[in-house]
Design a protein around this ligand. Structure first.
Ligand code: SF4
Length: 462
């Protein structure tokens, strides 16, 4: 209602909503942008527009890195815990390359990071950024490396050096791609501040000393730099790791709950530091993943990593996918009638719910076993089979309605429906209500191939 109070209140519909109240609720959910209310930008509403922009600003500043379709946003969060509302921007994972790599090896690694993807619950997981590290310390070598990387990828870049001259040479190559600078510290901040002002790019400030970190952030913000990322240091072991963990929590609490705007910026973690203390690659990858997982949960908005081995990377990226779902909405798929393989009128018709995890498990079990079939997906508000039967979302009426809505009887001649074993108690009533023969399938879709051997084709109803 407070947001609504600042809108023009004319219900003109220019934003695509019928009323200002509807637009206000979508603004709060961040499904609409303020700019979509064009009347608000007329001169007479200037004060209201300003107040509303302040009201809607997230507690933690949201920063964009990169440009174009693969640009990413970090920060912008409103709450400490996902269940209090939702998180809006997931932790961005930046994997490193370095300027002493041989060119062929460099380009190959960039391509692997750029192209990596894994199908997981209805989406392809990808990686978010490439961190280009200066190891040589030589500005021209770094610039060449940045140039090579930029030619291979449109992912956002993080330029890493504590030498402002090195950073500047890299920036000259890619400043138009809005890279994140890493990092300004107590020794180089003047030079880096000059660079950030000249090239207008986001910057990371680094210090494990929280007073120094605040001071650096305040110095940059006072100079007019708005896009700041904070790195309070990621120590890979022992007391240092415990203290790093504590610093992340303290800063996030200060910015989010205590209204300390000086540190209300996204946080950056560097789990790559695991490689400083572990010589053996698998061991280093393992500890890097452990540290990454800790800071994905609390509270890194972006992190720099090294291992692109599946046993490290998959754990990190999957955890990000799991943490950064919207708890207000079950992960669901569209209801409907799917064809798997090349089904005919004699192929089985399986039923499942539209909970994404259930759907993709069943779909994968059927398709990987090359069972040409139909899969009827019932809208259960994104709830899995057992809970949907208990809660009433999967019931005789919803099954009947889905069968009819998607013309299942035109697809198969046998009028036999295979329901999940977990929905067995609906079989009799479903037969009565629909006129279809109902077979009870296995409780676990992984057993569908065995079940097919003894139950398909059916003796009756075929
Ligand atoms: S465009 Fe603005 S004034 Fe018009 S209905 Fe939408 S919110 Fe209200």
């Amino acid at each position: 209602m407070e947001i609504w109070g600042y809108l023009p209140g004319t219900n003109c519909g220019e934003c695509g909503e019928k009323t200002c109240l509807a637009f206000a609720s979508l603004l709060k959910e961040r499904k609409k942008r303020l700019e979509e209310c064009t009347p608000l930008f007329e001169a007479k509403y200037t004060e209201k527009q300003k107040r509303l922009a302040e009201l809607l600003a997230p507690e933690i500043r949201e920063i964009e890195i990169g440009i174009g379709a693969r640009a990413g946003k970090i920060g912008g969060e409103e709450v400490m815990h996902r269940h209090e509302l939702t998180f809006f921007n997931r932790t961005a994972l930046a994997y490193d390359v370095w300027d002493t790599m041989e060119e062929g090896e460099l380009r190959e690694r960039v391509r692997r990071i750029n192209d990596w993807r894994k199908f997981y619950i209805g989406e392809f997981l990808t990686l978010d950024a490439i961190a280009v590290r200066s190891v040589s310390g030589d500005a021209r070598t770094f610039a060449e490396c940045v140039k090579d990387v930029a030619e291979e990828t449109d992912l956002p870049l993080v330029l890493c050096s504590f030498d402002a001259k090195v950073l500047e040479e890299g920036l000259k190559e890619v400043s138009d791609r809005n890279p994140l600078i890493y990092a300004a510290d107590k020794t180089n901040w003047k030079e880096v501040l000059g660079l950030v002002k000249s090239y207008n790019v986001p910057v990371t400030v680094f210090s494990p000393d929280l007073d120094m970190l605040s001071s650096l952030a305040l110095t940059f913000s006072s100079a007019g730099v708005e896009d700041i990322v904070l790195d309070p240091g990621t120590y890979p072991t022992g007391e240092g790791l415990a203290n790093s963990f504590s610093r992340f929590i303290r800063i996030k609490r200060a910015g989010m709950l205590e209204g300390n705007k000086v540190v209300a910026y996204p946080l950056l973690s560097v789990p790559l530091t695991a490689w400083m203390i572990h010589d053996e690659a698998v061991e280093a990858s393992y500890w890097e993943a452990v540290i990454a997982n800790l800071f994905i949960i609390k509270y890194a908005d972006i992190m720099i990593l090294h291992s692109i081995e599946p046993y490290s990377l998959i754990a990190e990226r999957t955890l990000v996918a799991n943490i950064y779902t919207d708890p207000r909405r079950p992960v669901s798929v569209e209801a409907g009638l799917r064809e798997i393989g090349a089904p005919t009128e004699q192929s089985p018709l399986f039923l499942t719910t539209n909970f994404a995890l259930t759907y993709y498990t069943v779909e994968s079990d059927i398709s990987s076993n090359k069972i040409d079939s139909y899969l009827l997906v019932v809208d259960t508000d994104g709830i899995g089979v057992e809970a949907a039967v208990a809660g009433g979302q999967l019931n005789v009426e919803s099954i009947k309605e889905t069968l009819e809505s998607y013309d299942a009887e035109k697809k198969v001649k046998h009028r036999t429906l295979v329901i999940p074993g977990l929905a067995a108690r609906l079989s009799g009533e479903t037969e009565d209500a629909t006129g279809w023969t109902v077979l009870v399938g296995p409780r676990d879709s992984g057993r569908i191939p065995d079940w097919m051997n003894t139950n398909w084709p059916p003796q009756t109803g075929f």
